[in-house]
Design a protein around this ligand. Structure first.
Ligand code: TXA
Ligand code: MG
Length: 326
């Protein structure tokens, strides 16, 4: 049976049960400011293996280790002096660093790699849980192939009965997964765009490279090769102007509030994904909208093409993965 702990006071949560579950080798789904994570104690290989079983996750896809401070990073990975001040500026927060791992991180966590992804989440419940249990290895708390869960209902949909405990602390603030930056190369390489934008990273690091997977090449982030985040129904990316063709059909239109009001104010078959003028609202709603498509009777869905700068670039990265048919 899965125990669901509802947190009302984010700054004073009673999560001692969840902490005990982790310490005894069990799995806990917990909130972060990006998406919900499915956690096990990072230094317990048997517990970590269960994550792969429960998610149906390919064994070659490594997990991120969550710690509560920069000092703790150095217990599990090698951190170059030159990056410490920058990391202190952006953490805790929605960003993951790939670093050379130390001995105490088992190969089950890193899928055999010599590097480890490390993140310091800002969410107060995640912070408290890590402080109680120690470093937590956690991928997103969805079944493999499904969109990452951004609220506890989505976690329950995927994992109820499969894990010991789910902590429900409401909706995640960002709604898309952390930015991943590989710091083991000559200069920082962005493996996954996210809430911390490429523009912000360039400000912080001076120069960064954005890594794009090429046909037939082995990906730097093993997870990149899998289809992700996708609804089960067909989803198509269309230009704003093309949305007109779909109004009042059996196709669901996912678009921004502004676009609906300007182009298709009378259409009934519309699902608002957020506001163009507040792009972080789109990130926050995106995965819920993907899950909701599958709960409707519409034949399939189309989604509005967005710009590709700042946070929009990260949002479009997720949308393109959801529409691709690989
Ligand atoms: O926001 C997030 O990052 C969420 C929350 C729970 O922290 N976690 C998350 O984990 O999105 P996951 O497992 O769904 O995605 C982790 C990605 C995968 O694509 C994986 O291949 C990559 O990070 N990754 C992990 N360790 C890596 C490493 N050592 N080198 C390269 N890529 C790595
Ligand atoms: Mg994931």
């Amino acid at each position: 049976d899965t125990k669901i702990i509802k947190v009302d006071d984010l700054y004073n949560p009673d999560i001692s049960y969840a902490c005990e579950v982790l310490k005894s080798g069990g799995l806990v789904a917990f909130p972060t400011e990006t998406v919900y994570g499915l956690g096990a104690t990072a230094t317990n290989p048997e517990a970590v293996k269960k994550i792969f079983q429960v998610k149906g996750r390919p064994a070659d896809n490594p997990l991120i280790v969550h710690v509560s401070s920069v000092d703790e990073i150095e217990n599990i990975a090698y951190l170059s002096e030159k990056y410490i001040d920058i990391i202190k500026k952006v953490t805790p927060g929605p960003i993951t660093f790939v670093l050379k791992k130390k001995e105490n991180i088992p190969s089950e966590v890193t899928a055999g790699l010599e590097t480890v992804g490390v993140r310091i989440p800002a969410h107060p419940v995640a912070q408290k849980l890590i402080n109680c249990s120690g470093p937590i290895a956690a991928p997103s708390a969805n079944r493999s192939g499904k969109p990452s869960p951004t609220d506890a209902n989505a976690v329950i949909e995927d994992l109820n009965g499969l894990v010991e405990c789910i902590i429900d602390a409401g909706e995640c603030a960002f709604g898309i997964e952390s930015t991943i930056v590989d710091l083991t190369k000559d200069f920082p390489v962005v493996l996954r765009p996210g809430p911390i934008t490429l523009e912000e990273l360039t400000q912080l690091f001076g120069v960064v490279e954005f890594y794009q997977l090429k046909e037939g090449e082995k990906p730097l982030a093993p997870g990149m090769k899998y289809r992700h985040y996708a609804p089960e129904k067909h989803l198509e990316l269309v230009d704003q102007s093309a949305l007109l063709e779909y109004q009042n059909t059996d196709v669901l239109i996912l678009c921004t509030k502004e676009t609906k009001e300007r182009l298709i104010p009378n259409a009934k078959n519309v699902y608002i994904i957020g506001e163009l003028s507040k792009p972080y609202t789109i990130a926050q709603n995106l995965y819920r909208s993907f899950r909701d498509i599958d709960k409707t009777n519409y034949k399939y869905a189309v989604i509005e093409k967005l710009p590709e700068y700042g946070i929009f670039f990260s949002i479009m990265n997720r949308i393109k993965k959801a529409v691709s048919k690989k």
